[in-house]
Design a protein around this ligand. Structure first.
Ligand code: B12
Ligand code: SF4
Ligand code: SF4
Length: 355
């Protein structure tokens, strides 16, 4: 164990643009966190996200050859993406219907590129040192490792909150055979606050810390846009892709934001400018590919994005209080486009407007 090696890792991570760094021991399996995961899957909460039920053992430990045999440390990093309120206020209206992390370029590419560079650096720190970068895709419990690495604490909304930075951060890891001094986990700091639980439009929290994704707008607009969940969809309102409501209200997200160039990759892509809901519903395959190239929105699929656009339109027409007249006109156009869509689920969603 060498604190100086760790210091070099932390400095390199920071110089690559990560906002927080922490280290957890990789050779101690997750225990209580793994039990929570098991309960989650046994309760069927993963819904259509079948991948979450696979490879449970990897979710318990990362020091086998499934991730990295002989791993000693998990270097956990966070990349903040919160932009200033002023910058967000001038986002195109369509972009404002998209979760903050997804308005710009697909963050996976950005964060993975930096993680690869960090792993490359870690390999230079000792003879035969191995290091593997991970981000989002691998079957590991990233929030549990980040919390163990003292990067932040898990809030009642389930998000890792980094004190001084907030929860609008993306997580990544470098798992390595290098033996680094581990950090100490942080105590939870929510206290008696329940703002996130109260703000959730679809009551997706079963209890503090425990989310049922099948009611979460993020799941219903990104992972399973064709899932049958009418009550939750009706409650979703102005959410086209993802949801930030349980983070927007969190007092930890009032921390001052950094200079705009730090969050440039998360500024809305040009494709949002001048586009409306009905434009999304009318996209053909070619148009969808052009719109979503390099964008996280691709994950919803063409019909999925159209269905969510129709759902937003439907909620505007059903509850027009506070909706601007031009937004109602836009909603009517989106419903008409939905009724002519080539996907039966999109047509069925639009047809609800006529009932
Ligand atoms: C599948 C997935 C989803 C699913 C399901 C989420 C879920 N809760 O399971 C859906 C689509 C709903 C989703 C939504 C979002 N996601 Co997501 N998602 C993932 C993914 C790929 C896997 C998560 C997973 O394994 N779930 C299974 C459950 C059991 O594990 P878990 O979510 O870590 O759950 C923990 C809690 O249940 C907690 N817990 C349960 N009971 C208790 C009790 C106590 C006392 C405590 C302390 C903790 C606790 O412990 C569990 C294990 O640590 C991860 C990446 C990864 N590989 O980890 C990203 C990830 C979690 N998502 C992320 C993001 C950004 C989001 C959204 C904000 C996106 C958006 N704006 O729409 C929302 C947030 C919703 C929310 N409130 O959690 C980030 C979170 C960053 C952060 N700061 O925490 C991650 C880490 C991706 C990344 N690399 O940055 N996501
Ligand atoms: S992301 Fe939205 S729907 Fe999901 S738990 Fe948070 S507030 Fe609820
Ligand atoms: S809103 Fe309150 S309860 Fe929810 S995560 Fe933030 S501090 Fe914790």
């Amino acid at each position: 164990m060498s604190p100086s090696l760790k210091q070099r890792v932390v400095e390199r991570a920071k110089s690559l643009g990560f906002d927080a760094v922490g280290v957890a021991r990789a050779d101690e399996p997750l225990e209580v966190e793994f039990e929570r995961y098991t309960a989650f899957v046994e309760g069927g909460r993963h819904g259509e996200m079948e991948y979450l039920g696979r490879d449970p053992e990897i979710r318990r430990r990362v020091d086998t050859d499934a991730i990295l045999l002989g791993a000693k440390s998990v270097i956990c990093v966070a990349r903040r993406y919160q932009r200033s309120a002023e910058a967000e206020a001038s986002d195109p209206p369509l972009a404002k219907l998209v979760a903050r992390y997804a308005r710009g370029h697909d963050y996976h590419n950005h964060v993975r590129k930096k993680l690869r560079l960090l792993a490359k650096f870690v390999r230079t720190l000792g003879e035969g040192v191995e290091a593997r970068p991970l981000c989002d895709q691998e079957p590991i419990l990233e929030r549990a490792w980040a919390a163990r690495a003292g990067l932040g604490f898990v809030g009642k909304n389930g998000l890792v909150i980094v004190p001084g930075q907030g929860s609008f951060v993306l997580l990544g890891e470098v798992v390595t055979t290098l033996d680094l001094a581990a950090d100490v986990p942080m105590a939870e700091r929510c206290g008696s606050c329940t703002r996130c639980l109260d703000a959730c439009p679809t009551s997706a929290f079963e209890a503090p810390f425990v989310l049922d994704p099948r009611r979460c707008i993020s799941y219903l607009t990104i992972e399973a846009p064709m899932a049958d969940a009418t009550p939750a969809r009706d409650a979703a309102r102005e959410h086209l892709f993802g949801c930030d409501d349980c983070q927007s209200v969190c007092p930890y997200n009032r921390a001052p934001v950094g200079p705009p160039d730090r969050t440039k990759p998360f500024s809305p892509l040009d494709v949002f400018t001048g586009r409306t809901l009905d434009d999304l519903v009318r996209l053909d395959e070619e148009g969808f590919t052009a719109l979503t190239v390099g964008s996280p929105l691709k994950r919803a699929g063409r019909a999925g994005l159209a269905r969510s656009a129709v759902s937003v339109a439907l909620s505007r027409l059903r509850r027009p209080e506070g909706v601007a007249p031009e937004e109602l006109v836009e909603a009517e156009r989106a419903i008409r486009a939905g009724l002519e869509h080539d996907d039966a689920d999109v047509v069925a969603e639009a047809a609800r407007a006529t009932k």
